[in-house]
Design a protein around this ligand. Structure first.
Ligand code: ARG
Length: 265
């Protein structure tokens, strides 16, 4: 089972499967008042990110994460958006770890491009064009498979435990690469290995992205020491459960498509 759909549409599609804990679904945007990270509440198993540590991180108003692909384009998950076309309904918040900070940069969307052919399985990427550029560093994307290994960083304002509340402060965590074979052992044919890359602590669990982190980046350092995005938070069976890694859109697979789409947005 997997949790990846947005709302009723996908729930209907998946039927009984959607009842399970696999969740691709963004969380409701208006989070309840939240006191911030609690001691021991660590994304799941994470720690608070420092202000400016991941300047490319974006929070989207429908309850998803994203990354600055260009100063005026956010890369997120296809399941976080409703389709393609003009769209002024999304607000991107950037430049802060604290979503309630008065220095938060907030910019509206103008257009959305959902991955062509997206139908809820694989291809979980989308671009959001912003009304004006945000003057912050962007996150480059992996164009080939050479960084699809090792330890990855994930970050987001999503739930800090399965079923938990959205977070006011950005959390980060480190998750190791999980091979397609091991990931397939967990998810069978729900996994699309050529389009998805898995990460998590297989044996122990305890560290993972979770609801509301969707669309945010999974990244690492490249050979030159610069951050490079290898994944987009997509889905998983619950959060941080042993034997059930997080599933991420394999960015390298779609890098050329993303580049082309961004050029035409
Ligand atoms: N689909 C979720 C969302 O929309 C992300 C779930 C990630 N789950 C996981 N176990 N890594 O926010």
């Amino acid at each position: 089972m997997k949790t990846k759909l947005r709302g009723a549409k996908r729930a209907a599609t998946l039927g009984a499967i959607a009842l399970a804990a696999l969740s691709l679904q963004p969380v409701a945007a208006a989070a309840a008042p939240d006191p911030g990270p609690q001691p021991g509440e660590r994304v799941v198993g994470g720690t608070p990110a420092k202000q400016g540590e991941f300047p490319f991180m974006v929070r989207l108003s429908m309850g998803c994460g994203g990354s600055l692909y260009a100063k005026d384009i956010v890369l997120t998950a296809a399941h976080c958006v409703d389709g393609s076309g003009n769209n002024t309904s999304i607000t991107a918040t950037a430049g802060v770890v604290d979503l309630r900070s008065s220095s938060a940069i907030k910019v509206k969307s103008t257009k959305v491009l959902q991955a062509p052919g997206y139908n809820g399985k694989g291809k979980d990427w989308a671009l959001i064009k912003l009304a004006k550029p945000i003057d912050l560093p962007t996150l480059k994307i992996a164009k080939d498979t050479r960084y699809n290994n090792g330890d990855f960083t994930v970050a987001g304002w999503g739930a800090a435990r399965e079923g938990g509340a959205q977070q006011r402060y950005l959390l980060k965590a480190t998750v190791p690469f999980v091979s397609d074979a091991q990931c397939k052992a967990a998810y069978g044919n729900e996994l699309t290995p050529a389009e998805e890359i898995c990460a998590g602590r297989l044996a122990e669990g305890g560290v993972d992205t979770c609801q509301g982190d969707s669309g945010g980046p999974m990244f690492r350092k490249d050979d030159a020491g610069a951050y490079i995005q290898v994944g987009i938070v997509s889905w998983g069976n619950g959060c941080a459960r042993p034997q059930f890694p997080g599933v991420y859109t394999e960015v390298s697979t779609f890098a050329a498509d993303i580049e082309k789409a961004a050029a035409g947005l």
